[in-house]
Every structure is written in C-alpha cells, then in structure tokens.
Design a protein around this ligand. Sequence first.
Ligand SMILES: C[S@@+](CC[C@H](N)C(=O)[O-])C[C@H]1O[C@@H](n2cnc3c(N)ncnc32)[C@H](O)[C@@H]1O
Length: 296
Amino acid sequence: MTQLKDALAQAQRRLVAAGVPSPAADAHLLAAHALGIQRRDLARRVVLGYVLETGEMARLEELLAQRADRIPLQHLTGVTGFRNLELAVGPGVFIPRAETELSAGLAIEVASQLVADGVDPLVVDLCTGSGAIALSVADEVPQARVVAVELDPDAVAWAAENVRRLGLGDRVDLRAGDAVRADTHVLADLVGAVDILVANPPYIPPDAEPTEPEVRDHDPALALYGGGDDGLATARGVVAAAARLLRPGGLFVMEHGDQQGPGTRALVSGSGWRDVSTQQDLAGRDRALVARKADE
Ligand SMILES: C[S@@+](CC[C@H](N)C(=O)[O-])C[C@H]1O[C@@H](n2cnc3c(N)ncnc32)[C@H](O)[C@@H]1O
C-alpha cells in the first residue's frame, strides 16, 4: 500500500537521480497520467490521503522507468500544451516549445488587427510540424484562413490528427510538401496573396548537436538541423518562398536560434523588405526575425 504523497516523493527522487531537468513537475504529470486524472485533481487526492491501487502503482512505475531513460514526458502523456491548445504529439514529430508561442502570438496579433480593419487574413505556416502555430492562429482568429506546409510524412500525420481532434479542418488547409520550394510547388496558388507568413524551420548548425537526450534522441533530425555550415539553409529557402508568397506589406515572422539574429536579418537586407527587426524572448535572447514585404 503506497500513499500518493509518498509515491510522488519517491518518483521525484528517481527523476532527480536520472538527471531529468524538471523532476517535480514531471513526477506530478506522470502520476496524474497513471491515475487517469488531471494534474489539478492530484493535490486534492494527496490531501485526502489517497492510496494507489496495484495497477496504478505499476503504471506509474513503468512511466517513471521510461522517463528515467529520458523518453520525453510528452511522448509518455501523448500530449503537450501550446497557447490555448492541447496537441497530440509522439515519436516522429517535433514537440512544440514555449518560446514558439511568441512567434505564433505576433502572427495572431497582426491577424487580429487585419480582422479589425475588415480583412479576413490568409496566414501560411511553413514547417508546421504538429500544426502548433497554424492551429493556434485558426483557434484564436476564427476569420483567418490558414494554410500549413510540412515535408516529413510522419509529422504530417500528427498535424492531420491535431486538425481532426480540434475540429479545425474547415479552416486549416494542411499540405504535404517542401517549404523551401513552397512558392513554385505546394503553394503555387498563393503567390503574392499571403497576408502573414510564419515559420519555425529547423535551424541548428551541424556542429551544435543538442545535449539533452530528449531533444537529441527523440526530436526528428529533419526538425532540428537546418543544413549548411550556419544551419540556415532551410531558412534561406523559407525567406525566398516568403518573398514570393507575401503580398506587398505582408508580415514575415521566422523563428531562429539565439545566435542567429544578425545572420537572419542579413537574409532580408535587400530592397524587397522593410521594417526588419528581431523579436526577443522573455529572457532577452534573439528569437525570431520579423519583417514586412516591401510595398510595390
Ligand atoms: C523546428 S520544427 C517546428 C515545428 C512546428 N512549427 C513547431 O513550432 O512546433 C521544424 C519542422 O520543419 C519541418 N521541415 C524541415 N524541412 C522542411 C521543408 N523543407 N519543408 C517543410 N517542412 C520542413 C520538420 O519536419 C519539422 O516538422
């Protein structure tokens, strides 16, 4: 007979020993998952002196063993939060990060302004992965028409599952294809028509392999490494696609690594762009390139 309070303390100690970065939060989320309840209901059970049933204890043990092996928490629970949404994630798709909520937020803010001005905006999300940015725009700006592009078939399947789960299939048009050639191929019908183009492409340089096992061993390589010596090969293709897809005055937002502010600003230094800036995250690190397509 193990009390929930004691099981949580043991779980936390085990995750600390395995070097898991957020042991308390993970212990609570895995316990809630093992019990089939929401995390917020866990505290009440602790106070009431809840005792785990044998099956619940076995489930928690199994989850802890996997998390101690540094399987991502989100692969174990099957979901992650992004802005207002709960997204299905698992092996084969990049787990959306909290910092990407900022890029999505900027796209949402500008899309909402267009709606206030009487325009129903067309928003494109290149490299959509699980669909996090595209689905958030559709969720928070119901007047927007959203097109999302993803190359990796496994990721496309996760994005399709999220579109279905969230019931946004009538407003999110998910297309399988190459973002780098999006203007000539998968989005040829949208050249010069896009109001907002947002992207979180892969951008890690080849010599900067992530150290966290959850990222290095479980996020797909296609989602991490951007190609080229500087990691910006895919980003260059995204910029070229944005230049052709955006209408004059359209907004471009592209996430990048914290060392890539100057390198990405250089990609839009020509006459085709104006209002170039870098958005920083809450820790003050360079995080996203922001620019407007020049007026004709
Ligand atoms: C860093 S992840 C971002 C996923 C999602 N936008 C997010 O923020 O969570 C980059 C995504 O780009 C996809 N990708 C890589 N190269 C691509 C390409 N040329 N065209 C379309 N998608 C690509 C990867 O498969 C991966 O899903």
